[in-house]
Design a protein around this ligand. Structure first.
Ligand SMILES: Cc1cc2nc3c(=O)[nH]c(=O)nc-3n(C[C@H](O)[C@H](O)[C@H](O)COP(=O)(O)OP(=O)(O)OC[C@H]3O[C@@H](n4cnc5c(N)ncnc54)[C@H](O)[C@@H]3O)c2cc1C
Length: 337
């Protein structure tokens, strides 16, 4: 599903002939005729589907929101030749799996909505993330809508060790503005640095991870300040963030940013999350100083990471060792991340 999402987005760049981030009527028609057997009815239908209702234009934000992997089988039937988009098109069986995944997401979100509880969706490795983002976006549009809720019920997670994290965050915020839903984000640094770098090296593509830890720290702190600044602008929509980190400096920076943007420590805007037993001094201190939304997350997260590490360890065994870490170091690392 991730490749279907990515290829549906790549189609935008192929249509956007002059690379200005917008597709004109001419570019749309030329692009369509270049890659697909022209069918006037289908061109008309697609245009209506993908056009931004507010501006009447074709832009990336609307395109990536409305062109779903579930639309692809019908669209790629008209492909002139087999390319990445037609190859990424889900089969009947995959469509059924996608449908099941969406239904599970809806069931969880519905439960959260009925209980007035926020649902924070974890971020995983980059090869799975487009599919997760696609589902989360769908849930956010429905459950974070200003008509349905007074706060963001569904949060996505942004891994600030990724080079494109900040750009993705700003695009998603802009999308929530345009489609009138509250925005919720959990900010983490990211737990899969070793395996992402290993996979990039093995696959011969540039590593998605920042080159230095300082770049990751800068990205994290910039994302926090950006969201707090956005949250302070009252425009009928609420922005909330959860800082899921054990990094003292980031927490101190966030508190300074909250003061700068006039956000109360009691407001729902900011929450802090640490893993149970990993940084209790930070959690207790935040609670003691009136930061009411400071939470310690129970061991289940740690157990999940252990399982993942075992999985990647054994998957990696027949291959060259992805990391210089010993088994003990890996297990410790998996518990810490
Ligand atoms: C409540 C909670 C929920 C979480 N949910 C998720 C989740 O959904 N998805 C997920 O991936 N992780 C998740 N994590 C784990 C998180 O991503 C971090 O791995 C962990 O919290 C340690 O990061 P820190 O912010 O405490 O940073 P620090 O301990 O200050 O920094 C360590 C992090 O910096 C980054 N880093 C280290 N060295 C380098 C380098 N050389 N170059 C670039 N970057 C580097 C790595 O991301 C590393 O984990 C969660 C953590 C918590 C507390």
């Amino acid at each position: 599903m991730s490749s279907a999402v990515v290829e549906a987005k790549n189609l935008f760049a192929k249509f956007d002939d002059n690379g200005d981030g917008l597709i004109s009527e001419d570019e749309f028609e030329e692009g369509y005729r270049m890659f697909f057997d022209a069918d006037e009815g289908m061109i008309r239908e697609l245009k209506e589907h993908l056009r931004c209702r507010k501006t009447g234009r074709f832009d990336y934000i609307t395109w990536s929101m409305t062109l779903s992997p579930r639309d692809l089988p019908r669209i790629t039937r008209a492909c002139r030749e087999q390319g990445p988009l037609s190859m990424a098109t889900p089969t009947e069986e995959e469509l059924e799996l996608i449908e099941n995944m969406y239904n599970r997401g809806y069931a969880l979100a519905e439960e959260a909505a009925q209980n007035g509880t926020r649902l924070l969706i974890d971020a995983e490795q980059v090869r799975f993330q487009p599919a997760i983002d696609n589902l989360v976006l769908d849930l956010q549009q429905k459950y974070n809508s200003t008509e349905k809720s007074n706060f963001p019920l569904i949060y996505n997670t942004y891994q600030c060790y990724l080079k494109d994290a900040f750009d993705r965050l700003t695009i998603d915020v802009e999308r929530s503005e345009r489609f009138d839903f509250h925005f919720g984000a959990k900010l983490v640094r990211g737990a899969y640095m070793e395996s992402e770098r290993y996979l990039a090296k093995k696959g011969g593509y540039p590593s998605p991870i920042h080159d230095t830890i300082q770049d990751t720290h800068d990205c994290y702190n910039q994302a926090v300040d950006y969201l707090l600044q956005h949250a302070s602008q009252k425009n009928g929509k609420n922005t909330e963030l959860m800082l899921a980190t054990h990094n003292r400096e980031s927490i101190e920076n966030a508190i300074a940013s909250m003061n700068k943007h006039g956000i109360s420590r009691k407001a729902a805007t900011t929450a802090f999350g640490q893993l149970y037993g990993m940084a209790d001094n930070l959690s207790f201190n935040l609670g003691k100083h009136g930061y009411e939304r400071s939470t310690r997350y129970f061991l289940v997260h740690c157990v999940r990471k252990l399982a993942l590490t075992f999985n990647s360890l054994f998957l990696a065994l027949p291959d060259t060792e992805p990391t210089s870490m010993s088994l003990t170091e890996k297990l410790r690392w998996s518990c810490l991340t």
